[in-house]
Design a protein around this ligand. Sequence first.
Ligand code: C2E
Ligand code: MG
Ligand code: MG
Length: 639
Amino acid sequence: MTKTRDRMWRWLVLVAVPIAGATVAQSPTHLRLMILVGAGVTWLLLRSTERNRWTAELAKAESATQARHAAFAQHSSDVVTVVDGTNVIRYQSPSVTRVFGYAKDEMLGMNLRDLLHPEDRRRVFGMIVAAQDEGRETALVECRVKHADGSWRYAETAVSSKLDDPDVCGVILNTRDVSERKSLEEALAHQAFHDSLTKLANRALLKDRIDHALARAVRRGRALAVMLLDLDGFKAVNDSLGHDAGDELLICVATRLDECIRPTDTAARLGGDEFAVLVEDLASPGDYAIVATRMLESLQAPFHVHGKEVFVRGSIGIAMCGEGDNTADELLRNADVAMYMAKAEGKNRFELFNPSMHSAMLRRLDTEAELRRAVDRHEFVLHYQPTVVLDTGRIAGVEALVRWNHPERGLIPPIEFIPIAEETGLIVPLGEWVLREACAQAQQWHGEHPKDPPLMMSVNLSMRQLQQENIVGTVSEVLAETGLAAECLTLEITESAVMNDHVTTIVRLNQLKALGVRIAVDDFGTGYSSLSYLRRFPIDVLKIDRSFVDGVTDGSQKRALLRTIVELGRALNLETVAEGIELPEELQQLRSLECELGQGFYFARPLEASVVAELLAQGALSPSSAVVDLVEGRPTEIW
Ligand code: C2E
Ligand code: MG
Ligand code: MG
């Protein structure tokens, strides 16, 4: 509309001015002059109209730009802040409400430092100074900004100084909230350095922490310890209750371990059922023992997984940082060797690394390889230890105890190879051999020395064997092959093995009982406090661990304990066998407590089959029996 009017005006002037000039002209020269003047006026008029129009359009465009800038500032993901030379906020873009939750203008007059995380202030102010010095926009700086709700948000800020610009007179900070990106980064970093199941540190993070801790320990002259913990009994839970239960158990173990250490220490899971702990700043180097004991104790109470009560124990290997330049790898390796030794020494214990362990471990590895060969070559013999009726001295049965008849080292006791056989699984073929040999021997003695009641044969069964699906088939096969009556065979299972894995154990033991064999709980009293299992398991015999018999004559407390166990057995209608009777006084005490049966060096050590045959020919252990030779200098006039 305005454009059309402008155009009309222009034409009107262009036509009217020359015509008016021509009308008033009095000569041709005059006319030419008038036309020229008219054209000039017209040109001037047109120029001024055009300029007005441009000016108006420019003003309009500028106000549009300002509106656009305002809209940008309002809706942009960036927050624009202008601070003066003393870092007081002089301008704040409205987007701050959306990004950091502050009301419009709420931040004006505040000092920037109050919005920055204390750890980030130096960095941001350093950038501001750099921007002022260089007079250009600086690189991005990462910092944490306080949100109006009090939380810290991760932000990225670009700083440019406009202190010299009269329109700004300040330093401009362009800030963007990068919390989401940051938390994703953190999640990824966490994943890379933590065990996804237990949320503990993983091997990579542990190694990094150990390296840093080593540097600190050297500087401060304080001791640090790396402890490796391997769970005993985890596999049984995993195999019997399933992997979900296994996972749940690992999480519970992780929680308990974490509670054993200070927040500045590190607990890690290295994989499977192997955990590690880095303990720093030990007040005295010997303090590692306190932490290790606490860790073992933390595993004592039963774990509740999938509604079941399960038990695990641990073996801990410890390496301390020494004089030399230890590295994380070296400490972990040493702790591993020590852990291996702790397992070999009988589990549920800790061992501190010392260099001689390396050779001990090599020896053990040798033993492992040799044991494998020995199983193939049947380099084992059985010795038999009589179980006697305490009142009469009659041999009620024998326990088959395996020995390794090593071609060079001679007879090796079971404590030196049974744990290795259990760990490697060699116990399965070895145990089957023991069972077959013992049953065949018992059947032979039944034929040669028939007794009434018949001689009982006890065979130790390891947890690993009990876990075998075909164990029931194997036992029934051996009984059928050897002809031994099932009721003459007692299978001994240690208390800790019974407790390890309720579900499988109950099922298997019931199946074995159905064959007609008897079940004994071996080493009773050394395992767990919960006695409720005694009712739930199909048990016939309690073999009271020798630690209860040892020293029973020394004090009334031991005697009271022994009496409780004997009475418990009686109340549950179980046969009780006291293990490890070495002294006549111990025998007297057990008799007075009315314990039925006993076993121990006082009567006989484990004997070769031929010696047992002689004893069986005599019928009962008496002063004239082989016992006199076996227990030197001990009074044997007891029956
Ligand atoms: P265990 O089944 O508790 O066997 C009793 C152990 O106590 C035997 O040790 C025996 O020699 C020892 N002992 C008996 N009376 C006395 C005593 O008066 N004083 C002392 N100090 N010790 C006594 P051994 O033969 O060295 O066997 C140790 C363990 O090895 C056995 O403990 C058993 O757990 C295991 N073992 C032995 N043979 C086998 C086997 O064929 N299979 C399995 N799985 N384990 C076996
Ligand atoms: Mg036994
Ligand atoms: Mg025992």
